[in-house]
Design a protein around this ligand. Structure first.
Ligand code: ACO
Length: 388
């Protein structure tokens, strides 16, 4: 076997590309040991405290905080792109209602791309890709909100141009305008989820874009990757776990049983963070506040207990809450259907997908890794009738 690997070159490889450097980037940096995250040099806590999602998206895309004029122009574009082709709603309506909203979002967003002018979508031009990327950031909120509305049997809500991106998304999803706290939380949640290095969905989008496919395909791939429970899909499952636990005093036994069966605890652990995820820290304080206000305090207490047990058991291994641990309690306390938690993640992360794709395309090289071949080097072709 060793002989065969040698024959094909590389003997060593990194499973799951752990630690592999695939490109250079100026967009964001994670210090996993310190639990530190920056977008373009600015700490995530500062952005969550002071910025808006629009401003953060601009920062990710263009490398600097916008001036007032630049932000106004960027906002105008986002607002102008909020209305999407009405045929997308018809497509969503035709989908089986039991399909997961991330599957519906993936398909609907992909369909949306087919209504764009192919002369724009299918020709590689960075300026056009940038404009379509901005458009996609705006459209993602509308498509996700329509998925949420239609699966609940309600009609889509027209976007409100007077609301900012996060508030308008909340409005299109729930049908009511957010109060000050809700608007603030939604804005912060979108900022916290906007970018995070070469996570699976971002990398997927970059791989697709590196073949110069098109930006709708790249983003559709990002949605598909984000759906998984090891990535964005963990937020929905984390809340489900808290509900299953039922009472804070059940947490320890529940965790021990899962760990004994070698099952993963959702919302815990991270490939890069070996310390407390700074995004989870920020969301934790909002989860506490909102859970109390909405009568869901028990869920928060269960989460705290799970966190405590997990850190006692696996903190030494670098297992701490990740961004998905508290986001579910936040959204649930805002009255949002748990099935929509991962689509909200996509509404935020699309800015990171677009920014990273555009950055990579400035000096594109198609992604094409290799595998260590461990199969036989010589095997006989046996005619079908002679096979056992
Ligand atoms: N619960 C229990 N044990 C865990 C967990 C967890 N959540 N996460 C990691 N571990 C353990 C593993 O069992 C493994 O133990 P071992 O060394 O004894 O075999 C060790 O920690 C390393 O874990 P890996 O799975 O190899 O770590 P990897 O970097 O491949 O995975 C991942 C990271 C996928 C996030 C993992 O921690 C996980 O599955 N977490 C739960 C799902 C989740 O919350 N995903 C969201 C991540 S954040 C995001 O994508 C937005």
């Amino acid at each position: 076997m060793a002989e065969q690997k040698k024959f094909y070159g590389q003997e060593e490889f990194s499973k799951g590309l752990e630690g592999v450097i695939a490109c250079e980037s100026k967009i964001g940096y994670i210090d996993g040991q310190k639990g530190w995250l920056i977008y373009r040099g600015i700490e995530i806590g500062d952005l969550a405290e002071h910025s808006t999602y629009e401003e953060t998206a601009y920062l990710l895309l263009f490398g600097k905080l916008p001036t007032r004029k630049e932000l106004d122009e960027f906002n105008e574009k986002l607002v102008s792109y909020r209305k999407i082709d009405p045929r997308v709603a018809e497509i969503i309506k035709d989908m089986p209602p039991k399909a997961h909203p991330m599957a519906q979002l993936r398909t609907a967003f992909s369909a949306l791309g087919t209504y764009e002018d192919p002369a724009k979508v299918d020709e590689f031009d960075l300026e056009t890709w940038t404009e379509l990327g901005i458009k996609a950031i705006s459209e993602m909120a509308t498509v996700a909100a329509q998925v949420g509305r239609l699966r609940a049997g309600k009609p889509p809500v027209e976007p409100d141009p007077t609301l900012n991106h996060a508030s308008n998304f909340f409005y299109m999803l729930t049908g009511r305008k957010p109060n000050e706290l809700e608007a603030d939380v939604m804005n912060k949640a979108l900022i916290l989820h906007a970018d995070h290095g070469l996570n699976a969905s971002t990398f997927t989008a970059m791989v697709i874009a590196s073949s110069l496919s098109d930006i709708y395909s790249a983003i559709t791939g990002g949605i598909a990757s984000l759906k998984g429970p090891l990535h964005g899909g963990a937020n929905e499952r984390t809340l489900k776990m808290f509900m299953e636990i039922g009472e804070p005093e059940n947490a320890k036994a529940y965790i021990e049983e899962k760990l004994a069966k070698k099952e993963k605890i959702m919302g815990m652990g991270h490939r890069v963070y070996k310390a407390y995820d700074p995004r989870a820290r920020i969301l934790s304080s909002y989860a506490e506040r909102l859970a109390k206000l909405s009568g869901n305090e028990k869920l928060y207490l269960i989460a705290k207990e799970v966190e405590k047990v997990m850190i006692e058991r696996l903190g030494k291994k670098g297992i701490f809450p990740n961004v998905d641990f508290y986001s579910g309690i936040v959204y649930y306390s805002l009255g949002i259907d748990p099935k929509m938690f991962t689509p909200i993640f996509a509404v935020a992360r699309v800015a990171g997908w677009v920014a990273r794709v555009l950055e990579y395309l400035h000096d594109n090289r198609i992604f094409r890794p290799r595998a260590v071949y461990t199969g036989p080097l010589k095997a006989e072709y046996i005619p079908i009738d002679q096979r056992s």
